[in-house]
Design a protein around this ligand. Structure first.
Ligand code: NAD
Length: 483
């Protein structure tokens, strides 16, 4: 047997490789998939009620280890206050589905007579995709590994996860809790390694949920198309925020700063472009810069401060490329703007830019760092045109004098989630409806709300002829026209 290949993992706070992961071979991925495939029918057959019982026990195991999970997430990502609550967020995710999954299934059952062939009884049945493959990114590495995996498991699917090779520690801790619940461990497993291992998962799975970059998302979509299996893609964003002339500027500056620099801007729905009415542009920028200067790095203490280092070192280089391009094309950097190496961690303070145009990368491509490019607009039509001048369409925000004014603008922006009078309201949608991604931000069913569970199910119809069978010349089997 060939030696196992090993990959070194960098610590974002020290810059040193202090962890390793094994790179799963094709054979190992296939063996894990075969085990899951063999166990999945029992998981599905036990029904949603019994699955909820198993998941409730897992919730207990996660609760007991919530602090350890948070610590591992903090080491993976570089540590910021969001990391330490990841165990509790996972508990909320499981707990939410414990309430919602049974209802989502009840609504799906249907039995009745055909409307076009009155003697035919139809029973509609749902069956789970046997194996859901989940491929997840390094930002919010636990939440984004589980956002799809948990509803898939509730739906009766087995899940094979390929987490990011950049942030594997938190997944290792999580699976210690999975192994405490044998029925769950039978249908939930993971494999480690880089992109090739993701391709191996695609080769084994029956449906794929991918979260990551546009570049990789395309490769995943092509691989799924070749196998003719469905895929859900959650990709990047270049999310705009419009601040109107009537907006409360203190409110707008506070919301924009948080939306742009939270978790060092390494959030798919970060505010990445700000359009401010020209009459209040200078006053808004002054307030934003003042707030930005108050933001503290967490270099001394991962539990303190507002923003941590870049989780993935190459991301710092991408952000610098965007800043250099903007400067070269005439933008002015008012705060931040330089990467600081502190003890091996790469940090960037909130970076406010003015004088930006849509010719600059920073207004077109995903930056994924704590940068806030601000551009003036002269009328509402221009603001909407600029907000929609993008390949992406994940979320957008509008902050206006009142909610009605904000809504009128928000309704005309092409994105899945439009936040009014604030930023970062993504998770307010939990348990109600999800939303779609527009453009390059992805495709597939929403990943929040009942539709996100149903995407792991296929519908079957059992059609029973309760009347006479037709003879060969009887065309009534085609249904009555207009029926
Ligand atoms: P990435 O695309 O580099 O990697 C994502 C995952 O895909 C990793 O597990 C990686 O190993 C795997 N992978 C790489 N090449 C592959 C291949 N050829 N086939 C199969 N799998 C492959 O993304 P990243 O840098 O880890 O994450 C950051 C990106 O994720 C950003 O663009 C961000 O916007 C996006 N993101 C989107 C959402 C969303 O919900 N829309 C959420 C978070 C992050």
């Amino acid at each position: 047997m060939a030696d196992t290949q090993v990959l070194e993992v960098r610590n974002p706070r020290t810059g040193k490789a202090d962890h390793t992961i094994a790179v799963a071979s094709r054979e190992e991925v296939a063996a894990k998939a075969a085990r899951l495939r063999a166990n999945q029918p029992v998981w599905e057959a036990m029904g949603v009620g019994a699955r909820c019982g198993v998941m409730a026990r897992w919730l207990g195991a996660v609760k007991a280890r919530a602090m350890d999970i948070g610590e591992a997430d903090a080491v993976d990502t570089g540590g910021c206050h969001t990391s330490y609550i990841q165990g509790f967020i996972t508990m909320g995710n499981i707990g939410g589905w414990l309430e919602d999954a049974p209802k989502a299934f009840t609504d799906l059952e249907w039995q009745g007579m055909s409307t076009s062939m009155p003697t035919v009884e139809i029973e509609s049945q749902v069956v789970a995709y046997p194996i859901t493959g989940v491929i997840s990114p390094w930002n919010a590495p636990l939440m984004l590994a589980l956002l799809d995996a948990i509803p898939a498991l509730f739906a009766g699917s087995a899940v094979l996860l390929k987490p990011s090779e950049v942030t594997p520690r938190v997944i290792e801790t999580l699976f210690e809790t999975v192994r405490e619940v044998p029925e769950l461990a039978a249908v939930f497993d993971y494999v480690t390694g880089p992109g090739d291992v993701g391709q191996a998962v695609i080769a084994e799975a029956d449906t794929i949920c991918f979260t990551g970059s546009v570049l990789t998302g395309r490769k995943v979509a092509v691989a799924c198309a070749e196998r003719l299996i469905p895929c859900n893609l959650e990709l990047g964003g270049k999310d705009p925020c419009i601040v109107t002339a009537t907006a409360d500027l203190d409110r707008a500056a506070t919301a924009v700063l948080r939306g742009a620099v939270y978790a060092t801007g390494q959030v798919c729905y970060s505010v990445e472009r700000v359009y401010v009415h020209e009459s209040v542009h200078d006053a808004f920028v002054e307030k934003l810069v003042a707030l930005a200067k108050e933001v503290r790095l967490n270099a001394d203490n991962p539990r303190a401060g507002h923003i941590g280092p870049f989780t993935f070192a190459p991301q710092a280089a991408i952000v610098m490329r965007h800043l250099e391009d903007a400067r070269a094309k005439g933008a002015t950097v008012l705060t931040g703007g330089e990467i600081e190496d502190i003890g091996g961690g790469l940090y960037l303070r909130p970076t406010v830019l003015t004088g930006v145009t849509h010719e600059m990368e920073i207004m077109q491509d995903e930056t994924f760092g704590p940068c806030i490019p601000v551009m003036a607009y002269s009328d509402t039509e221009e603001a909407i045109r600029l907000a929609n001048d993008t390949h992406f369409g994940l979320t957008a925000s509008v902050i206006a004098g009142d909610a009605e004014e904000a809504k009128a603008i928000g309704k005309r922006i092409n994105a899945g989630g439009i936040f009014l009078q604030d930023t970062f309201l993504t998770f307010a949608k939990l348990r109600t409806f999800g939303s779609d991604s527009f453009g390059w931000s992805g495709y597939g069913a929403p990943r929040i709300g009942p539709e996100s569970l149903r995407r792991f199910l296929r519908r079957k119809s059992l059609l029973t002829q309760t009347g006479k069978v037709a003879d060969i010349q009887d065309d009534h089997h085609l249904g009555k026209p207009g029926a």
